[in-house]
Design a protein around this ligand. Structure first.
Ligand code: ADP
Ligand code: ZN
Length: 742
């Protein structure tokens, strides 16, 4: 239990940078555009120290950034109130935050907030009572008392909470307390934040196959070198990428450095935790939105002192104050959820590479379907690449075929073609599972009035409301607003004419139960589960094989293993190809291949059938042909010609506000002041109403800036935006390398 003791000692022996009373500059988490000067507290303080400072009547969190600028009446300077008992910010983190700020054009206070997202950091460390063996001997002996003593003796010097000790001994807490007066048991105060159990990197992993072992050796070498490198680990789902990068984690831990594994989907972490525990004998620390506040604080502090060896987390884990980070794994590196689209707009994959380069760490980007950016970086020699060609065990990539939907015209409100139906039946006869994939939550995407043609829309957004029959409500997928399904049309007031148009998974489930009344069916859609635990339970049940037909959204495309699944039917393979998104082709390609990859993960051969109205579309053809390298090459060529990422640079500017005219006026003003952008050869498009022109009652207008890859875009953007006066009611967001264009 070294934890906090180690930290206090090191601060104790270190000479403070600033003696008491000297002026220091403090960066606070408050939205101010400058550093604030304070007097160093009694005992002094140093650059990087996390501090509490007074700001007006409040106490706020800050970090000592350097020497104070002064230049004002020093007697007016206020003092730092306290230096927090936690590891100071390292120079490397300071650099990282500054560089992310420069890249994303984010003010530093927002960066500091991102780096301290653990509530209660300013509170004194909380203590709790623990019990351990004392020197005394019991005057009176009973069975129950002997049990307590036996536990304490067995575990040597360890201490327990009252509950833990009583439970382990199988006695009531009274028995433990009764041993206190005789000194048999001692009661002490200990910090509430207990260290994490140690992971054992020397524990043996699975016996790797030849190609896996080769890849693992290469990765171990890169991690062991303790120098920056990025490796794209590409391999179909099930090829053992996770097994291989856990070897890299083992190497990292053995070197005494910390490892971070980023995962895109919270729902997957439970399964992943078990795997890590199996591999290293203990669970790693977890960082995501489902973790309690106390846990977050504990993790934040322990990461800083090096007591958390391994963290698995969502993208914001990248901003944790690691003491000695040696490896970052970005699993499913192509996943769009790595791009934060609110507040600080950053892409965790790219920022992981930046962070690793600052602390001599290795990066592993794992994916079955890498992002085009990563593929291009490999081609350019910036990243290494390792391929795991085949699946672990006898499984092979499924056969893939398109079902031409123009041939068999389906009756209204039917989405399963006769051919697909036949295949599902065949699987049922064989006792195997089928997955019907439709990437649309809810019952129906549109509700239309058959009397007047009105479509029910959200009151606050420029989007249609989606019927969710399971919830018995209409839901706006934009803002989350819900309302009951009305009896009468809100526009023409005619009753009983509202009808659903198009399918969501719930409606598809209805068709499935009609056609296969004897089948056992499960629907996997994120909104149908109250908790990650419930979802995990459902997945476990399905994996055991009782479910015959699984109906799922995007959720099923990720990592779950269903050994008895041999057929995947994609209801609408064209769905992702619509829209103006730059990455539509890339995403459809990736998603279809991932979904198809769900079939045949065991000995049984798999089949994937893609229902499509345009089977000759180049993307559909590429998916079927499985010619990945060809697909990437063609995509890359197209983007190079268009001068778009990753061959050119883009920035989205989104203005929003309650008053549509004011928003447009501000955008118009920006469009007339683009000189700094034109000077670097950039082009400016817009202003135009955003594709979703109203969200939560705010009107949205977009501008798009395009520049050459080498142009100093950020500096020009700063100069440009610095020259425009933005009214208080209008919010301006800058999105460098935008992923979505809504
Ligand atoms: P990926 O991350 O590429 O999807 P995983 O590492 O999750 O692949 O491997 C898929 C499944 O195969 C997992 O259940 C994993 O435990 C198992 N597996 C992979 N390689 C081996 C191996 N060498 N020995 C035993 N099981 C393995
Ligand atoms: Zn809405």
């Amino acid at each position: 239990m070294t934890g906090s003791a180690g930290t206090s000692l090191s601060t104790f022996f270190k000479q403070a940078d600033f003696a008491s009373g000297n002026l220091v500059a403090v960066l606070t988490t408050q939205p101010l555009d400058r550093l604030l000067d304070y007097k160093a507290p009694e005992g002094g303080c140093s650059v990087g120290d996390f501090v509490i400072v007074p700001l007006g009547p409040r106490k706020v969190l800050g970090c000592v950034w350097g020497k104070g600028a002064g230049g004002f009446d020093l007697s007016k300077a206020r003092s730092v109130m306290a230096v927090l008992d936690c590891a100071p910010m390292r120079d490397e983190m300071h650099q990282f935050l500054t560089r992310v700020a420069d890249y994303t054009l984010t003010p530093m206070p927002a960066m500091l907030r991102l780096a301290t997202r653990a509530p209660g950091l300013m509170d004194p460390p909380s203590m709790r009572k623990v019990f351990r063996r004392g020197a005394g001997q019991p005057k009176r002996r009973t069975d129950a008392r002997d049990k307590v003593i036996a536990v304490l003796d067995e575990y040597g010097g360890l201490s327990f909470t009252l509950r833990e000790l009583a439970d382990m001994a199988g006695v009531t807490p009274q028995v433990v307390k009764g041993l206190l007066p005789e000194g048999v048991v001692r009661e002490e105060e200990a910090p509430r934040d207990l260290p994490y159990p140690r992971l054992n990197p020397m524990a043996a992993g699975k016996d790797l196959t030849g190609p896996q072992a080769e890849a693992a050796t290469v990765l171990r070498g890169r991690v062991g070198a303790q120098a920056y490198s990025t490796t794209l680990l590409k391999g179909v789902t099930g090829s053992g990428k996770t097994e291989v990068y856990l070897e890299a984690v083992a190497e990292c831990l053995a070197k005494g450095r910390q490892a971070l594994v980023l995962l895109p989907e919270i729902a997957l972490t439970a399964e992943f935790l078990d795997r890590v525990e199996e591999r290293f004998g203990a669970k790693p620390a977890e960082w995501h939105s489902g973790v309690t506040m106390t846990e977050r604080r504990r993790l934040w502090k322990m990461v800083g002192t090096g007591d958390a060896q391994m963290v698995i987390g969502a993208r914001s884990a990248l901003f944790l104050p690691f003491q000695n980070l040696g490896l970052i794994v970005v699993d499913e590196e192509h996943d769009t959820s790595y791009k934060q689209e609110d507040g600080v707009h950053y892409n965790a994959r790219d920022m992981a590479v930046m962070r690793a380069s600052l602390c001599s760490a290795a990066v592993v980007l794992a994916s079955a379907t890498p992002a085009l950016e990563s593929w291009v970086n490999v081609q350019a020699g910036k990243y290494h690449r390792l391929d795991l060609e085949s699946r672990y065990g006898p499984a092979v990539m499924p056969q893939m075929r398109a079902l031409d939907m123009r041939i068999d015209k389906l009756p209204a409100n039917r989405w399963i073609s006769p051919q697909l139906e036949t295949h599902v039946r065949l699987r049922m006869e064989r006792g195997e599972q089928s997955l019907l994939f439709l990437n649309r939550r809810g019952y129906a995407p549109v509700t239309i009035c058959r009397a007047c043609g009105h479509q029910i829309a959200c009151d606050h957004c420029d989007s249609r409301m989606v019927e969710h029959r399971f919830l018995k409500r209409l839901v706006c997928h934009q803002c989350g607003e819900t309302k009951p399904m009305p009896d009468a049309c809100p526009s023409c007031a005619v009753e009983g004419k509202l009808a659903p148009v198009g399918p969501g998974v719930e409606r598809l489930a209805e068709e499935v139960t009609e056609r296969f009344p004897e089948a056992s069916v499960a629907v996997l859609s994120s909104d149908l589960f109250g908790s990650a635990r419930a979802l995990k339970e459902q997945i476990r049940t399905i994996a055991q094989g009782d479910t015959q037909i699984i109906i799922g959204t995007q959720l099923v495309a990720k990592g779950h293993n269903f050994p008895n699944l041999t057929l995947v039917g994609v209801i609408d393979a064209d769905l992702g190809l619509q829209g103006s998104d730059l990455r539509a082709a890339e995403r459809t390609f990736a998603l279809m291949r991932q979904v198809a990859g769900r079939a045949g993960r065991s000995e049984k051969e798999g089949l994937a059938l893609l229902q499509s109205y345009q089977p000759e579309h180049p993307v559909i053809r590429a998916i079927l042909a499985g010619d990945e390298e060809g697909f990437w090459q063609a995509e890359a060529d197209e983007r190079r010609q268009a001068g778009v990422p990753p061959f050119g640079r883009m920035a989205g500017i989104i203005l929003s506000g309650p008053d549509v005219q004011e928003v447009f006026a501000t955008a118009g003003q920006m469009a007339r002041a683009t000189r700094p952008l034109l000077e670097i050869g950039a082009q400016v498009f817009g202003p135009a109403p955003a594709p979703i022109a109203r969200v939560r009652g705010k009107h949205r207008v977009r501008l798009l800036v395009k520049a050459a890859k080498t142009a100093p875009l950020q500096a020009a953007l700063s100069r440009w935006l610095g020259g425009v006066r933005v009214p208080p009611n209008v919010r301006v967001q800058i999105d460098i390398d935008p992923q979505s264009f809504w």
